[in-house]
Design a protein around this ligand. Sequence first.
Ligand SMILES: NC(=O)c1ccc[n+]([C@@H]2O[C@H](COP(=O)([O-])OP(=O)(O)OC[C@H]3O[C@@H](n4cnc5c(N)ncnc54)[C@H](OP(=O)(O)O)[C@@H]3O)[C@@H](O)[C@H]2O)c1
Length: 284
Amino acid sequence: MTKVAVVTGSSSGIGFETSLLLARNQFTTYATMRNLNKSQVFDTALKEKIPLTVVQLDVNDDASVNHAIDNILKENGQIDVLVNNAGYSIFGSVEELSLEEIKEEFETNFFGAVRAARAVIPAMRKQSRGTIVNVSSIGGQVGLFPFFTAYHASKFALEGYTESLRQELNEFGINVILIEPGAVGTNFMENMKTAKNFNPNDSPYAKIVQRVFEGAQVMMGINIHPREVAQVIVNAVNSANPNVRYSVGRDAESILKRRAQLSDSEMEQWVRESYMEKKGFIRD
Ligand SMILES: NC(=O)c1ccc[n+]([C@@H]2O[C@H](COP(=O)([O-])OP(=O)(O)OC[C@H]3O[C@@H](n4cnc5c(N)ncnc54)[C@H](OP(=O)(O)O)[C@@H]3O)[C@@H](O)[C@H]2O)c1
């Protein structure tokens, strides 16, 4: 039986590659995005003659999510896989970020994933099968960078929510899994927002912001291609017994190894040296 997959944030990066790879693996794939002017994924799918449709879906918007999912269910009668991928980061000190900016970060990275899950769960429960993939981050396991507090918090929230939701949906045959990439070469850094109240000429944080930003840029530059993350996602959804979480990339693995070995204060020191001294996370 053909399986139906829905991916959020498919206009670029991990969502783009995951939509294509699912379609190449014969999933009837709905590559969703908030802005249909960015539907290049459709051109690639058309050339390859793979089963991919582009659908408008803004994860911040109830009506948009419900409309998209209802139509997909009407067309297919089923949804087997939901990949909650849409996300972005905001950079800024807690003092200078507005509460609104922090809430907006949660609106997309956390509530966006919850909203889409709520839309598909009734159908998956009736089918007694389905996989929800939540694209978190290694930054959902460890608070790595200062000034990315809102981003880390939104991904930590996604992780705790996923662990609990797994138990809730287990007896209905629905699996919920986490993907935790390290640095991936996408539009993520270009799409990053900065606190509106941050003024580099005036901020007490200006010097440290500069150093952290440079450290983060260097580390984000040592990255993997988003198709590697897509491959992990497709392997997981094709697996009869997927893991709860998948870290992706050598940096992510190195961070988890340290987290298991070091005390909290040693870990903090290791992380600080990684970005302040630009030593990077890939260290043996
Ligand atoms: N790149 C990394 O190093 C990295 C590492 C760990 C985890 N991640 C996670 O991976 C996921 C994908 O990011 P990426 O690296 O592929 O970055 P990306 O290239 O910037 O892609 C982000 C995608 O999310 C979409 N998006 C943002 N807000 C949305 C909304 N309200 N509704 C629908 N779509 C929305 C963007 O759409 P627009 O084109 O319209 O903006 C874009 O398609 C994110 O959840 C991110 O946190 C990334």
